[in-house]
Design a protein around this ligand. Sequence first.
Ligand SMILES: C[S@@+](CC[C@H](N)C(=O)[O-])C[C@H]1O[C@@H](n2cnc3c(N)ncnc32)[C@H](O)[C@@H]1O
Length: 390
Amino acid sequence: MDYLAVLGRQKNISLAELESLFDKILVLSPKLATFKLTKYSPVNKAGEPDINRLGGVMKLAKEIKNPLEYIINDIKSSNYNGKIIIGVSDYSKKSSSKTSQRWALDLKAKLKKTEVIPDKKLSVRILANKNADLSTATVYHNHLCSKPGHFEIIHFNNRWFVGIGVQDINAYTARDQARPARDTKVGMLPPKLAQILINLCGPLPKNATVLDPFCGTGVVLQEAYLMGYRPYGTDLSERMVDYSLRNLTWIAKNHQQESTQNLSNISVGDATNYTWNQPIDAVACEGYLGPPMSLTPTDIKLKVAKQECKTIILGFLKNILPQITSGTPIVMAIPAWLRPDGHYQRLNILDEIESMGYNVIKYNNLSQRDLLYYRDGQVVAREIIVLRKK
Ligand SMILES: C[S@@+](CC[C@H](N)C(=O)[O-])C[C@H]1O[C@@H](n2cnc3c(N)ncnc32)[C@H](O)[C@@H]1O
């Protein structure tokens, strides 16, 4: 079965996330990629990839032979007898709102001629297309992937797909903004990026312990908990440990998980010399990013920040190396700074990290240069490094 992902705004990082969890990734266009499941890929109860745990994917769909047949079979097998709602997204090269609308109207006309619609006296509503593809908000608010009798049909170069998931915009906003303990100075790691960092560790066993040694307010810990892993956090600052504890307790109250996980596994510790409890199955974190900056730093300020970050990040990697087993993944967001000419200056520490005893993971569809996460004009960007102990 081929699945289709509509990639998020940070396309390369989304592709890296797919490569980490799935097989046979094929980039179809700048927005689209197909992939297959492996036996280790995380799936939901229906045995399908779960959009709610993929931070970099806007929409998920599965390939079908024929949308008309698919809709009829689905209506028959679910015994649905409400209104049928259909939206069409056309991602083909020469698509437009008109081509999408034409596919949709054609589908409606054919559906009305089949036995299932007249027999059940069902009505069919087609969503209007402002663009060739329906926005995630339209798909989400019209419940196209979540309610029976509702469908998003996706067309790409004579291939057809049906939507099985769309990013839950409201849930991400709530997880980000309703947290009881927030600190704008520590940097606001978006929950989506925290999910991506965890996913870049590759498939992990259920209940795996995910360590964040720079846990701050606990965004990675929160997301690890929601993904069914055991969150384990440490941070230099007592205040941050308290924030993480409060946020995790809050998330656990609002989202019951099947397994019972120890939510108070958070303590004060300097990542450059701490000894963590075992086991550690994976490390996912946003490391120290230096002081917050709203203007591109002067050369001297940048030099100081770079040195400080380098010392802490390399110090941590050196300290944890003998504490983890060979093959353990470590995924870190590390800083890169905007320069006046518009490029981002990186820490350039990968050679040092390799010679320390780590492999830097390489991807088929992107290079290390592509693993940079930032919003337009952001001064401190995040470079993502994906390592495994040799
Ligand atoms: C960029 S913030 C991480 C924010 C975090 N991702 C969150 O969800 O809020 C970096 C964190 O590293 C911590 N830190 C700085 N130096 C450290 C060290 N040597 N050992 C452990 N933590 C450190 C800071 O206290 C801060 O909370």
